[in-house]
Ligand binder design. Sequence first.
Ligand code: TXA
Ligand code: MG
Length: 308
Amino acid sequence: MNPLERSIQLLNDGEVVAIPTETVYGLAACIDRIHALDHIFELKGRPSDNPLIVHVADISDLENITPAYSSPTLQKLAEAFWPGPLTLVVPRLPHIPDRVTAGLDTVAVRMPDHAMALDIIRKTGPLAAPSANISGRPSPTRAEHVRLDFGDAVLIVDGGACKKGIESTVLDISAEGSPAVLRPGSISGKEIEQVLNVPVLAATHAQSPKSPGTRYRHYSPVTPVFLYNDEPPQPGDLVIAPDHISENQQAAYYGYNGDYSLLASELYDRFRQADLESKRRIIVLQPQNTAHPLYEAILNRIEKAAGI
Ligand code: TXA
Ligand code: MG
């Protein structure tokens, strides 16, 4: 039996499996398997008030998840951005377990843009999955990252390096009034506004209590992260820089040449590499292109890692 078939069997038997998506790897369970959902929280050390995203393979799966299934906003966004890195917070149907929604009256849903994930979900039904990392650690963008955190405790379906590398945009469309970004991601508020033709509220600290996960310190390597405009490197530092910087024996450099897609896809891997190499500090030099669609999401992840 290949790993894909095995993962489907395990999930249908009520086990937890790590699956690839285009954003980050997820630690998945069938949404009606309460023991498996409990196990996700235990494995991650996840606070129980932090709800999970439900992953679907077809828009029609939503019929069984939300009473807002045919809402024009939901349909327009799904058509424009799915499969892809946009999670929608919508009202939930009563049978969705509290373990998934953390007792909220809403549920978060998205359709991942990864052939293996979609294949699996078609044969298991919708899967609840948080990022497949120990809570507080950087999200895993490669199978080996999941193995670093969980060893052999779960089957890992290896789908290669995640294309996007940072978690999905979380958009709340559950309430009357303007849609609100709860967590910035690769799909920017501007792109969403262009599809909906209505204003979209930006992620702000004032709104963050609505998305319980954004309250916690996140995405942190063990190596301390600093965000600076300029900083003389010291021995043992990793410097993440927008431009190519001539090498200096004192420190290691990662230059992404202003390519924000590249930075997003490799940021967490660099964080984890710095830990493996016992770096002293990770210095991120301030990204400058504030107009770039990925700017807000990347800065958000760096600031969280730096504890800002
Ligand atoms: O890209 C992603 O979104 C990845 C992949 C695996 O899909 N998943 C992910 O899951 O990042 P997680 O659990 O690490 O982050 C989910 C975020 C959390 O901040 C959580 O609080 C929020 O989504 N969330 C989930 N359900 C919610 C709800 N009903 N209302 C508001 N926020 C919700
Ligand atoms: Mg996470």
